[in-house]
Design a protein around this ligand. Structure first.
Ligand code: GDP
Ligand code: MG
Length: 204
């Protein structure tokens, strides 16, 4: 059955950012289908996938946008960020450069996202303990500097904290939207403008 047609209470748009190779596409694949796909084709375009979950008795639909290789060319456009309710900024725990570039990604977020966007920081590839290049303390510190809702260490390969990360963000978004006057009719996309209409989906 295609759960894309199931009714839901809230739909949130989440965009994934971070350097090429940190594991964003693997994270989405794992979250969406529960599978591990070793090597991901890097396509140019717009990728998104839909995944339903339940938080506090509410049916939440997450529309997760992957950058589809654009991050390699630093051509992620303003429109990619504009209608995001949540941002997942991922880096690779084994490559310090990807951690240092969190600053660059967070700058883009503050430039292009709505001010009240919820941010989650993810240190991926935590299965590679021997190759770890940044300490948890350092990462958590950077996370709180950027006022993220949480810093979480994940492994798409081992399926560590992948679902938990999205649930965490969904929970924060639900709290935010149900306590504000932004509550809308079911099946209304928060802040999703027509200019960012998905053009194709390759991950689901
Ligand atoms: P993206 O460019 O950020 O979308 O990164 P990909 O999802 O394409 O992954 C880049 C590489 O990292 C691939 O070779 C993956 O197999 C690998 N990778 C992704 N996630 C993990 C993980 O959690 N652990 C390990 N060991 N490798 C991972
Ligand atoms: Mg990718």
């Amino acid at each position: 059955p295609n759960n894309d047609t199931e009714p839901y209470d809230y739909l949130f748009k989440i965009v994934l950012i971070g350097d090429a190779g940190v594991g964003k596409t693997c994270i989405v694949q794992r979250f969406k289908s529960g599978v591990w796909v070793e090597s991901q084709a890097s396509t140019i375009g717009v990728d998104f996938c839909m995944k339903s979950c339940e938080v506090n008795g509410k049916k939440i639909k997450l529309q997760v946008w992957d950058t589809a290789g654009q991050e390699r060319f630093r051509t992620i456009t303003q429109s990619y960020y504009r209608s995001a309710n949540g941002v997942v900024c991922a880096f690779d725990l084994t490559r310090q450069s990807t951690f240092l570039n969190v600053e660059k990604w967070m700058n883009d977020v503050s430039k292009f996202c709505e001010e009240n966007v919820s941010k989650l920081l993810i240190g991926n590839k935590c299965d590679l303990t021997e190759e770890r290049a940044v300490s948890r303390e350092e990462c958590a510190k950077v996370g709180s500097y950027y006022s993220v809702v949480d810093y979480i260490e994940t492994s798409a390969k081992d399926n560590t904290n992948i679902e938990a990360s999205f649930i965490k963000l969904a929970t924060v978004l639900l709290e935010k939207h149900s306590s504000s006057n932004l509550q809308q009719e079911p099946n209304t996309v928060f802040g999703l403008g027509s200019r960012t209409k998905p053009v194709k989906s390759t991950c689901c």
